[in-house]
Design a protein around this ligand. Structure first.
Ligand code: AKG
Length: 275
């Protein structure tokens, strides 16, 4: 599962690599079944707060952020000590108008490092029709671009933010089959379109960083130590759930999701409650 030398070079040069195989489609389907069973029990969807840091709620997601098939490529890019800052579910129902405006995540996450990697894992197929992610190569190397908070109802981001005026003809699409992931630097401009396919597009993003990173916006923050050692102690380390909805981890999740909301909505005019 290791990245080739060319893929490592491409990540550093262009800001992304895609696709990276992680598991078979049937294995990914097993994860989908577990997620959809929770949705069904809750009347058909996740609660907003369950979208973020749900590795504290679902054992299968805690397993995924520690899975060597995910972490070996991450280690090639940021070294052997790895924290997982958060995970976020990105679910677009079949025919949904939901989209993700062009944005750079370093604008909103309050993290000091430029070296944070998003691994976007496809739980179902994320084709171009289903509204897979698209990226603007090399934008991770330049300055942070101006974002506008639009609060558009179909934009899945916390403030409906967009980077105006990007040249769409330079965009690269990153279609994935269930069980594959893409990797991108969180300073890279990225977004996605609506889902015009007949199936749900279900993905989970996992955000990995070196332990030297600091949280510079929130007063308190946490992360899971998923590989190696944390010699810095800048983040409270999250408990490891022993099963789904483990009470200790659920209690920690309430605090962890609130802390993440406070960072993502810092300075926003409106709080839309999307996370
Ligand atoms: O799921 C999408 O389309 C966008 C996800 C995203 O913005 C991210 O993972 O940072």
């Amino acid at each position: 599962m290791a990245l080739s030398t060319q893929e490592v070079e491409q990540y550093h040069r262009d800001g992304y690599v895609c696709p990276v195989p992680v598991m078979s489609a049937p294995e990914a389907h097993g994860l989908r079944r577990q997620l959809e069973a929770v949705e069904a029990r809750q009347g058909g969807k996740l609660e907003a707060a369950q979208r973020s840091r749900a590795f504290l709620l679902f054992k299968w997601l805690d397993d995924l952020i520690r899975d060597p098939r995910v972490l070996d490529p991450i280690e090639q890019l940021i070294g052997p000590d790895i924290l997982c800052w958060s995970t976020i579910f990105w679910i677009k129902d079949a025919g949904s108008k939901s989209f993700v405006g062009w944005h750079q995540d370093n604008t909103y996450w309050g993290l000091s490092s430029r070296n944070v990697i998003t691994a976007w894992f496809a739980i179902s197929d994320a084709s171009v029709d289903a509204g897979c992610m698209k990226v603007m190569p090399r934008t991770h190397l330049g300055e942070t671009l101006r974002h506008e908070d639009t609060y558009h109802q179909d934009n899945m981001l916390t403030r409906g933010q967009v980077i105006p005026g990007l040249d769409e003809s330079r965009a690269v699409v990153m279609p994935l089959r269930a069980g594959e992931m893409s990797l991108h630097n969180y300073c890279l401009a990225h977004g996605s379109g609506p889902n015009v396919s007949p199936d749900r597009r279900i993905g989970v993003s996992m955000h990995f960083m070196p332990p030297a990173t600091k949280q510079v916006v929130g007063a308190w923050d946490c992360a899971a130590l998923v590989r190696g050692e944390d010699r810095f102690g800048n983040f409270a380390l999250t408990p490891k759930p022993v099963g789904d909805f483990d009470p200790e981890a659920v209690a920690f999740h309430a605090q962890a999701a609130k802390a993440m909301r406070e960072v993502l909505y810092a300075g926003a005019e409106r709080k839309l409650g999307r996370l």
